[in-house]
Design a protein around this ligand. Structure first.
Ligand code: 13P
Length: 276
């Protein structure tokens, strides 16, 4: 069943665990991620980006996810990742998403508050959860500085003004394939002592196991993974290329995505205990 993320994230924060957010972009990646969630019996986020919606079409990608959901017993959240356009967010809510992110991180504080409130007005009456971002989590290749990191007092003000359900914070992680991240744990600690809604980390690819445990023990309740899954997909695809039947290679791609998702779910579940 598709569920919203409210209770899931609040409980994760209380229990010192994180909920996995896994981006999917086609049938095989969705199958791999959802099979892992079902096998591990750990409700998680199955996330779709605006780029994937442009690639596959909103109806196609949501139908794939919803059809696979019918075959399994574990609940999960169908989430829009990095929603930037309130009109599209409205369409996603109508298409059955149970959680949406409004990414106003490119805006000034006041504009970010305004656009977040606008999306909350669309989503809350439908019981759809809302994630926002304050500060800016960069992408590999973007020139970043600590000026983009989330400021603890502003994070508190943002949550009080918007009443958002969860907040993505910028503390040193980067989207994409990175080998080293310099995470500002003191900042994260200060944010999580002030902000009581669940905190989200973007740019999960490249985090060490130690970082995963430490992030969770410092108050993070959701970790987003995209690039690692796409790399796993391509690794699988390359294993079994034949002339005539793509389904062989695609089955390997699904299996690789499933394995990577399972391993991450195990780490997220261990959570703060791993940091003891
Ligand atoms: P990665 O691509 O670094 O895994 O980040 C994913 C993400 O943050 C999606 O929102």
């Amino acid at each position: 069943m598709l569920i919203n993320s409210k209770e899931l994230l609040i409980n994760a924060r209380r229990e010192g665990k994180a909920i996995g957010h896994f981006n999917v972009f086609n049938y095989e990646s969705a199958k791999g991620v959802i099979s892992a969630i079902n096998g591990k019996k750990k409700p998680s986020f199955v996330a779709i980006t605006e780029t994937t919606i442009r690639y596959a079409g909103l109806g196609v990608i949501t139908s794939i996810v919803k059809e696979i959901a019918k075959e399994i017993e574990t609940d999960f959240v169908m989430h829009l990742d990095h929603g930037k356009n309130p009109e599209l967010i409205k369409e996603c809510i109508e298409a059955g998403f149970t959680s949406v992110m409004i990414d106003g991180s490119a805006f000034h504080f006041e504009e970010n508050v305004d656009i977040t409130k606008k999306v909350i007005a669309l989503a809350r009456p439908k019981e759809v959860s809302i994630e926002a971002e304050l500060g800016h989590v960069g992408r590999v290749g973007e020139i970043m500085s600590k000026g983009y990191f989330s400021k603890p007092s502003r994070a508190l003000e943002f949550v009080e003004l918007t009443e958002v359900d969860s907040l993505a914070v910028a503390v040193g992680t980067i989207h994409g394939l990175v080998t080293e991240m310099n995470i500002d744990y003191n900042r994260l600690k200060e944010i999580s002592s002030k902000v009581k809604v669940p905190l989200v980390i973007h740019g999960g690819t490249g985090l060490t196991t130690k970082d995963i445990y430490k992030l969770i023990s410092n108050g993070v309740s959701k970790i987003n993974i995209d690039t690692s899954l796409r790399i796993a997909f391509m690794r699988g695809l390359k294993q079994n290329i034949t002339e005539a039947d793509p389904r062989g290679a695609l089955t390997y791609a699904t299996a690789e995505v499933k394995t990577v998702t399972e391993k991450l779910i195990e780490k997220f579940e261990k959570g703060a205990k791993g940091d003891e």
